[in-house]
Each structure stands twice: as structure tokens, then as C-alpha cells.
Design a binder for this molecule. Structure first.
Ligand SMILES: Nc1ncnc2c1ncn2[C@@H]1O[C@H](COP(=O)(O)OP(=O)(O)OP(=O)(O)O)[C@@H](O)[C@H]1O
Ligand SMILES: [Mg+2]
Length: 331
């Protein structure tokens, strides 16, 4: 880490409190440091997250613990096939006393929205959600209402396809900054998880409410600070080369052949914004090619789709992204 730049950001109260959030979360979530970092980066750069993983790997716990550490409005939406768009956006209700309609805001009028099992929600609800994510506003009966910043949607889904699920279409996956895949923990981490849950259960009786560490003001201040993190011409070129490689330009030719849908410009934009937030969290005033390379799999994964042949031969999207990273020169 650069000593000068560290000194510059170390003086920022916003940086201190968000690093504190990061460290507290790392303690509560065993072996999930990368997920924690991505979550903070999404919050700081106005992105949203999709977390996929088998049952019981702390998807819900992650978002709940995260929201507990922030004094922002948090809501959890359990997606089900009978959910209606108005259930999440809100609706105009007739008031008998006044004889008028008044708007009753739905759960989307919060700041951190956990949408559990998003692929169980019907397509109309998914589009209402994705519209709110993209536009950061909601329109009902011709009236548009702005959502309060910071606004972050964290959606979870199980990879196993059940009856009654509606997988998010690729075009809609593009709305998420990150698509994170969680695996089952290894034996060591499993043991640490067990110890932690047993300790927490024992301490439950004396448990005190968690005190939030950061508020909206510090998050918005952090956003202002990180927007001036420097991205050199060389790093911008690298981002574009990497995204271009998914379209078959440059060295990625062979693996790009198996890509049916390449990454959109949103991929480049999200890579750049996420890299700035990552560098800021790390106490740097500049982005490195390493920031971009380490973020690329989680940014690109939901944005590219493999063709039928590649999928049939068992290649995963992440394998292809790995090859693109290895074959694309950083400078
Ligand atoms: N890495 C971990 N760190 C700490 N606790 C964990 C971890 N993995 C699992 N747990 C514990 O496992 C339990 C299940 O977690 P959680 O309910 O968040 O899973 P989930 O991924 O949301 O599952 P589902 O897909 O079924 O909703 C919780 O009690 C949680 O404390
Ligand atoms: Mg869950």
C-alpha cells in the first residue's frame, strides 16, 4: 500500500467507518472476505448484487449482518410465485374517510433490499425490481417517486432449478454489478462456522442490539471521495481490452468463440466503478490492473452467456473468463 495515499484517506472519517464495517462483517462471516468486500464495493459505487449458492451457505445471514451494521432502512422480501409488482412497489389505496387515493409505499422504498430467492418471483415482479435498480425510481399510476440513496438490492438464488422458478434473463442480469457464486465451505471453515454459531447461541441471553457503525451520510461522503480515485489511461485500456475479449477481439479469440452473448458496455463501466471503490477501501488513490483483474470474474460472470456446445462440454463461464484474463495483456 502506498504510504502517502494511505495517509490521505486515513484521515477520512468515512473511510474509517466503512473499513470498520468491513472488519466487523469479516468476523461474523467465516471465509467470506471476498463477498464482504464486494458487498461494500457495491454499496459504495451504487451497484447491486446477485448471490447464488446452495442452501445454508450464509447468503441471508450476510445481508442481514451487513444491514445491521448500517443505520439505513432495511427490508427483506421473500420472493414467491404469487408475488405481484404492487406488493413491492406500493400502490394507491382508496381512503374511505377522505374519498381520495393515497400512495402506500411498498418495501422497495427502503435502502437495503434483500430479495431472497429472486428466481421464484414471476417475470413482472422481476422487471419491476430491475427497473427500480436501474432507474432508482418507481413509477405507479403515472407518478414517479425517487428512491432514497444509498439504495442497494441484494438478491439471492439457489442454483438448483426447482419447479416454479423463473430464471433471470441474461439481459436483466446485466443490471447487477456483481454475480457472486458461493460454494460449500471446506472442512476447516465448516468447523469455525460451527464454533461460531454455538457461541452465538450461548451468548443469546445476554445479546445486545448491534450498534450501527456507518450511516447514509458516511456512505454518500465515501462515494464523493472515491469518485476522484485515479484510473490511468493504461488501466482504462485494459478494462476495454478485457471486455472486448468477450466479443472476440484481441488475444481471447479461441475462448471467445464459445461465448454466445458478450459483455455490454455496462461491464466496462461497472469494472471501472468497482475498481475505484476497491482501491478507495484499500486506502489507495489510484486503480491498478490487479484491481480490475480480481474483480473481472464477479463482474463479467452474469453478463456473458456460453453457447450450447460449450455448456454441453462442461465448460463454465468462469473457466472462459479465466482464460480471457490469462490471454489478455495487462499493459
Ligand atoms: N460462512 C459462514 N459464516 C458464518 N455462519 C455461517 C456461514 N455459513 C453458514 N453459516 C450459518 O449457517 C446458517 C444458514 O445460513 P443462511 O440462512 O444465511 O443460509 P442461506 O444461504 O440463506 O440458505 P437458504 O438458501 O436456504 O436460504 C446460519 O445459521 C449461519 O449462521
Ligand atoms: Mg436464505
Amino acid at each position: 500500500m502506498n504510504a502517502d495515499s494511505d495517509a490521505a484517506t486515513a484521515s477520512s472519517a468515512a473511510h474509517k467507518s466503512l473499513r470498520h464495517v468491513q472488519q466487523s462483517l469479516e468476523k461474523q462471516l467465516i471465509g467470506l472476505d471476498t463477498l464482504v468486500e464486494r458487498l461494500l464495493v457495491a454499496l459504495l459505487s451504487g451497484g447491486h448484487m446477485l448471490i447464488e449458492g446452495p442452501p445454508g451457505v450464509a447468503k441471508t445471514r450476510t445481508i442481514k449482518c451487513f444491514a445491521d451494521l448500517l443505520s439505513v432502512q432495511f427490508v427483506r422480501i421473500q420472493a414467491t410465485p404469487d408475488l405481484l409488482p404492487a406488493d413491492i412497489t406500493g400502490t394507491d389505496m382508496y381512503q374511505q374517510q377522505s374519498g381520495q387515493f393515497t400512495f402506500l409505499p411498498g418495501p422497495l422504498f427502503n435502502q437495503i433490499i434483500l430479495v431472497d430467492e429472486v428466481n421464484r418471483a414471476p417475470p413482472k415482479v422481476q422487471s419491476a425490481l430491475l427497473e427500480a435498480m436501474g432507474e432508482r425510481q418507481i413509477t405507479t399510476s403515472g407518478v414517479t417517486r425517487k428512491l432514497e440513496e444509498p439504495f442497494l438490492v441484494a438478491a439471492t438464488q439457489n442454483p438448483i432449478e426447482h419447479e416454479g422458478t423463473y430464471p433471470l434473463p441474461e439481459a436483466q442480469l446485466d443490471r447487477f454489478m456483481f454475480f457472486i457464486h458461493l460454494d460449500l465451505p471446506d472442512v476447516d471453515n465448516e468447523r469455525r462456522i460451527l464454533d461460531q454459531v454455538l457461541t452465538e447461541a450461548a451468548e443469546q441471553s445476554e445479546a445486545q442490539a448491534v450498534t450501527p457503525i456507518a450511516d447514509s451520510q458516511s456512505i454518500l461522503q465515501a462515494r464523493r471521495e472515491l469518485s476522484s480515485v485515479f484510473i490511468s489511461e493504461a488501466v482504462r485500456d485494459y478494462i476495454v481490452r478485457l471486455v472486448g475479449a468477450t466479443r472476440g477481439y484481441g488475444a481471447g479469440g479461441v475462448s471467445a468463440d464459445s461465448i454466445a452473448q458478450a459483455a455490454s458496455p455496462r461491464a466496462s463501466i461497472n469494472l471501472a466503478l468497482a475498481a475505484q471503490a476497491t482501491a478507495w477501501l484499500d486506502g489507495r488513490e489510484f486503480v491498478t490492473p490487479d484491481d480490475v483483474a480480481s474483480l473481472a470474474p464477479d463482474v463479467l460472470c452474469g453478463r456473458i452467456a456460453l453457447d450450447y456446445k460449450a455448456r454441453a462440454s462442461g465448460i463454465s463461464t468462469r473457466d472462459v473468463i479465466q482464460t480471457l484474463l490469462e490471454t489478455t495483456p495487462r499493459v
